[in-house]
Design a protein around this ligand. Structure first.
Ligand code: FAD
Length: 278
């Protein structure tokens, strides 16, 4: 059993009563794995502001440590201050601080307040109350001017007061290892947790990967394509190759993982148990 590393699980807020009931069951089951915390996403431009808050509040009231994701989006500083104060009041201790994206198809993301600004803002008003996570990109953020500049901006988020980072998902462990080396060369010493996105819903992940700049290696795409409609074989392959990748990451020094659960129990549970994470 691996106990010194940190393993966390991401969910997104439900849209319907049915979705909420399903998610409660998912969280209760995944909570038995004893993750360090759950995190709950924040829709583009704050579109899930209330549902993210409600989900986080509900989980905290049930004794499940949960961190909201947050970005300025189109909100005013007063609105964000108010939201952060409400989070503090209900017992939130950790925030995933982001720039966020605009809804799909809407241009102008470059006008959004960068995450380093949100980190500075939170530190200004709440000192060290919150542990702040920020996003990192081993395969480099699609809007970044260059590999080096993206790492410089990540360093800016740490210099502003972030405690640790969670990466965009990737399927190539070497991309992560190389990135960590380059971050260290630029003076980053804080932990950077790999984000692990199971590939079971291949079509959806492939579509999203084109937008967020994550590379799906050709051999993986071809292998999954070869299974056709045989989802049982896809699931088995995904658990197998992702467990191998995670093992390699841990052996190579990764400080833990952040699993993108997509509000599903499997395959996070299977990978977790394969690796005897906790
Ligand atoms: P930033 O750190 O601001 O970076 C964005 C771009 O600007 C990068 O290209 C960077 O190189 C550049 N940059 C950074 N700082 C500066 C600066 N000071 N000046 C000029 N350029 C700069 N999105 C959501 O909408 N909701 C979520 O809940 C959500 N959760 C996420 C969780 C994780 C773990 C990750 C990895 C991503 C998540 N995202 C989420 C996606 C994220 O919002 C997008 O990737 C977004 O495009 C960038 O957010 P960021 O916080 O990395 O932005």
């Amino acid at each position: 059993m691996i106990t010194q590393k940190r393993f966390s699980i991401e969910i997104f807020p439900p849209k319907t009563k049915e979705g909420k009931d399903n998610l409660d069951g998912v969280c209760d089951t995944l909570n038995l794995l004893q993750p360090a915390f759950f995190s709950c996403t924040y829709g583009a431009s704050g579109s899930t502001r209330d549902t993210t808050f409600d989900q986080v509040a509900d989980m905290i009231s049930r004794g499940i440590d949960t961190a909201p994701h947050l970005s300025f989006g189109g909100a005013s500083e007063n609105d964000i201050l108010d939201l952060l104060t409400r989070y503090q009041t209900i017992g939130v201790k950790r925030i995933v601080a982001l720039r966020g994206d605009l809804p799909a198809g809407v241009d102008g993301a470059h006008q959004l307040a960068h995450a380093d600004y949100l980190v500075t803002f939170i530190r200004q008003y709440f000192a060290n109350h919150f542990h702040l996570e920020v996003a990192a990109y081993p395969e480099i953020h699609p809007e970044a001017p260059s590999y080096k500049e993206d790492i410089k901006y990540l360093k800016g988020k740490f210099d502003a007061g972030a405690n640790s980072a969670i990466t965009q998902y990737f399927y190539n462990a070497d991309a992560y290892f190389y990135f960590i080396e380059e971050c260290q060369k630029q003076g980053i010493s804080q932990p950077i947790y790999p984000g692990i996105m199971p590939l079971n819903n291949f079509a959806a992940v492939a579509r999203f990967s084109e937008r967020c700049g994550a590379d799906i290696p050709r051999w993986i795409a071809k292998k999954i394509e070869g299974y056709g409609d045989d989802q049982v074989s896809v699931d088995a392959f995904v658990v197998d190759f992702m467990s191998d990748m995670c093992r390699r990451l841990l052996d190579g020094g990764a400080p833990g993982f952040h699993f993108y659960s997509m509000n599903q129990i499997e395959p996070v549970k299977a990978i977790w148990q394969n690796l005897a994470l906790s």
